[in-house]
Design a protein around this ligand. Structure first.
Ligand code: SF4
Length: 247
């Protein structure tokens, strides 16, 4: 029986994608971001995580389905368990109680194209984090380079499965004028151009050197959003209280 290793379940969320969503947070991540708001989900295993059969998750979603817009599978990094996520999405699509729900993945984008080619057949879309376009800055923010992230963004757009790209604004780290210009130019070259969300870094839950980074102010977000909008991008600002609970 296919199971997912689940770190947390939120049966009613308004901050994990559009509308009212069931949010499933999976255990394990390919990155190790000092600024992670849920660092307990990074390790592949945790005493607090549990393996939950797909059928059990579908039954739980079905209980609250009349009140939901959709389900979001997040993390950790959802694509580390992509085969089980695909099985879950297929089961949700087949169950009359859950079939109308939109099925989204919230991802750091660090996955191979083969993963997306399968998930694209069962999910409606993906929300992808772009921590930094510059690979060196990306390594500072995540511990890893970003080549797979950039490929994922292009690939998902081409498959019409890219719901949004989210930029985490960390003042003084990834928001210099040069970086914002380069990021705006690169995002504007994606076909089709995705909606972009600028969201501000907060200290909530963070560790290590991230404790010394400044939190983003409304003015920081406006500056970054205006810089990106200069490239014709549709940029939304995510309010700071929402950011405190987002992955
Ligand atoms: S912020 Fe996201 S990508 Fe980074 S370690 Fe946490 S769950 Fe992984």
């Amino acid at each position: 029986m296919t199971s997912l290793r689940v770190a947390d379940v939120v049966r009613s969320s308004y901050v994990d994608g559009p509308g009212h969503r069931y949010a499933l947070f999976l255990q394990g991540c390919t990155f190790n971001c000092p600024g992670c708001h849920n660092p307990h989900t990074i390790a592949p295993r945790s005493p607090d995580a549990r393996d939950v059969p797909v059928a059990e998750i579908v039954a739980d979603v079905a209980e609250v389905a009349p009140f939901l817009t959709g389900i979001t599978v997040s993390g950790g990094e959802a694509t580390l368990q992509w085969e089980a996520v695909h099985a879950l999405f297929e089961a949700l699509a087949l169950d009359p109680a859950t079939s109308r729900l939109t099925r989204l993945v919230d991802t750091n984008g660090d996955a191979e194209a083969g993963v997306w080619s399968v998930l694209a057949t069962s999910m409606h879309g993906a929300m992808v984090d772009l921590k930094a376009l510059d690979p060196h800055v990306h390594r500072v923010l995540t511990g890893r380079t970003n080549d797979r992230v950039l490929r994922s963004i292009r690939d998902l757009a081409a498959r019409r499965r890219l719901d949004e790209v989210r930029l985490l604004v960390v003042p003084g780290v990834n928001d210099t004028a040069d970086q914002i210009d380069a990021t705006g130019r690169w995002l504007a070259s994606i076909d089709p151009v995705p909606p972009v969300v600028a969201q501000g870094f907060r200290h909530h839950g963070t560790r290590l050197r991230a404790r010394a980074w400044a939190e983003a102010t409304t003015r920081d977000l406006e500056r970054v959003a205006d810089g990106l909008a200069a490239y014709g991008l549709d940029v939304r600002r995510r309010s700071l209280p929402e950011v405190a609970v987002a992955v």
